[in-house]
Write a protein that binds this ligand. Structure first.
Ligand SMILES: NC(=O)c1ccc[n+]([C@@H]2O[C@H](COP(=O)([O-])OP(=O)(O)OC[C@H]3O[C@@H](n4cnc5c(N)ncnc54)[C@H](OP(=O)(O)O)[C@@H]3O)[C@@H](O)[C@H]2O)c1
Length: 214
């Protein structure tokens, strides 16, 4: 049993990870600005803003693993990278590994090929800032973090999110920075969470990007 803090633990990805981790008997804390309508048994909710460093101290220092599941949208869009830099600094200082819910844009369609993000022409322009902010976390900020920070950036398949249908199949495929399904495959939140909590429990990856697809 591990103490797992999920920052953004009431969101699309975060709530699935919280549910999966709690179901396996981990001691889970979920941080968000508001409480969820539906509470998951045995989950401690902390209400706070990730931009307030004081809010983060106890949930990070009191954890064995921290999960970042916030999104660069709304008020957080402008300070998303700053918020993650604070989380990285606190987690690194506390010796707590950080597992980040990332995006698919930084994956490659094939070994050695350009990342998807090099051509966003087929993606609606209103999503470009969100995609670029998320990409900067794994392309710039995490690699620049001191070696004391152990991190894993977990990209989902290209089709993932609240607007995508998704059922629990009870399986997933794991890859590195090459998409396991480069043809635009999907993964549901429950199956992403299944793979995500397996990654936490096995902890075989260090300072690395991986991806989960069906
Ligand atoms: N295919 C893809 O590449 C793909 C698709 C979807 C998502 N993603 C990525 O996955 C990640 C998670 O996305 P998501 O869709 O799961 O996000 P989401 O549903 O919007 O959830 C965001 C979570 O963060 C919390 N939050 C927001 N602002 C906060 C703040 N200032 N302080 C504390 N908590 C805050 C929210 O709760 P409150 O609002 O109550 O605070 C919620 O729990 C993002 O990086 C996103 O870009 C990638």
């Amino acid at each position: 049993m591990s103490r797992i803090t999920v920052i953004g633990g009431t969101g699309y990805a975060g709530s699935a990870i919280v549910a999966e981790a709690a179901a396996r008997g981990h001691q889970v804390t979920a941080l968000s600005r508001s409480l969820p309508e539906k509470r998951i048994p045995n989950v401690v909710h902390v209400v706070g803003d990730v931009t307030d460093e004081a809010t983060l101290l106890a949930p990070v220092r009191g954890a064995d693993v921290v999960v970042g599941a916030i999104a660069p949208r709304g008020p957080l869009a402008a300070v998303f990278r700053d918020a993650y830099r604070t989380i990285m600094r606190l987690a690194g200082a506390a010796g707590v590994p950080l597992f980040v819910v990332g995006g698919a844009s930084t994956l490659r369609p094939a070994p050695g090929a350009d990342r998807f993000i090099t051509d966003l022409s087929h993606i609606p322009a209103e999503l470009h800032d969100e995609i670029r902010a998320g990409a900067a976390i794994v392309l710039e900020d995490l690699p620049a973090a001191p070696a004391s920070l152990d991190w894993v950036f977990v990209s989902p398949a290209l089709r993932f999110g609240a607007k995508m249908p998704g059922e629990r199949l009870g399986r997933y495929r794991l890859g590195d920075d090459v998409a396991v399904d480069p043809e635009g495959g999907a993964i549901s939140a429950p199956d992403y969470a299944l793979g995500f909590v397996d990654l936490i429990e096995k902890h075989e990856h260090h300072r690395a990007q991986v991806n989960l697809g069906h």
